[in-house]
Design a binder for this molecule. Structure first.
Ligand code: PLP
Length: 292
């Protein structure tokens, strides 16, 4: 059965300081963020009633806003309280949490320094980001590259940076793939359209150094879990001509969690022992309450 569209659901959304019925959480069509992408957001998951790395997500939301030139009018402690309350009101113990902030509709045009900063938190059930993920997903090479650090504030989780992700993901889906592998402005392997990427060769994990894309919190957790197991993790520049040398590949992200990859543009991989071990470690780790 098709899922109900987001505007046609029931529940409660926190919007600018108050909880409103889901269907009434609306904005005007002449909102700056809608026209000029002046929105920052977080995607988070709650497991067994606790949001995983919640505080770091709230801190990253503040950092993203600052990189976009605005301050969120609710502090991290306040956001923490609101997110927990939104989760509680949803009645869900495992859920996806979206916190976001954007420039409002006071002024149209590129400059919008004095527009109101709006803030909202919503939470809903969101199962696996990739259906059938245990089979491993297939990636196409993206037709778009991650921008250079002097082209866009690439450390921000900002709406504007997702335009090339949607274009790349659609291009992949149109060719029967589930996602796209994006290179960066130098031609090095960067990440997928909404998740970081890891590779295995000879028992060693390799992952691109995050100097022009999001250093995901899931990425950081997986690196730590692997090192706790005594596995060597190398963060370095990875070039596309190395892709054929790896045996296992997976993606990491709050939505994607750990998703095995079975193919990148004709090169095939087997979700193997390393992927399975880290998926099990990750699953156990996120379900311990209040883990860092
Ligand atoms: C483009 C992009 N890269 C990486 C990530 C992974 O970040 P995190 O693990 O903090 O969710 C995400 C997911 O939010 C993303 O959208």
């Amino acid at each position: 059965m098709a899922e109900a569209p987001y505007h046609d659901r029931d529940g409660t959304i926190w919007l600018n300081g108050v909880f409103v019925p889901w269907r009434e959480a609306k904005i005007h069509v002449l909102t700056h963020a809608l026209h000029y992408a002046s929105l920052v957001f977080e995607g988070e998951r709650a497991y067994d009633g606790a949001i995983f790395r919640s505080r770091e997500h709230s801190e990253r939301l503040h950092k993203s806003a600052r990189l976009m030139g605005f301050e969120i009018p609710y502090g991290v402690d306040e956001l923490e309280r609101v997110k927990a309350e939104t989760l509680e009101k949803s009645g869900l113990s495992s859920a996806y949490v979206r916190a976001f902030a954007w420039r409002g509709s006071e002024k149209m045009g590129v400059s919008a320094k004095d527009n109101r900063i709006n803030v909202s938190v919503a939470c809903w059930h969101w199962g696996d980001y990739f259906p059938d993920k245990m089979k491993g997903i297939r990636l196409m090479m993206a037709p778009w590259a991650r921008p250079a650090p002097h082209t866009a504030p690439c450390e921000a989780k900002a709406a504007g940076l997702y335009m090339i992700c949607t274009l790349s993901k659609h291009a992949a889906e149109n060719c029967g793939f589930q996602d796209a592998l994006m290179l960066d402005w130098r031609g090095q392997v960067a990440e997928a359209t909404g998740a970081n990427i890891f590779f295995v060769r000879d028992g060693v994990i390799h992952t691109p150094y995050p100097d022009c894309f999001l250093n995901g919190l899931t990425r950081q957790t997986v690196i730590e879990l692997a090192r706790r197991r005594g596995i060597e993790v190398v963060e370095r520049a990875i070039w596309p001509n190395e892709l054929a040398n790896f045996t296992e590949v997976w993606l990491t992200g709050s939505a994607a969690e750990i998703t095995p990859v079975s193919e990148i543009a004709g090169m095939t991989y087997k979700p193997g022992a390393m992927t399975e071990m880290l998926m099990a470690d990750f699953s156990a780790h996120v379900r311990r309450k209040n883990v860092a």
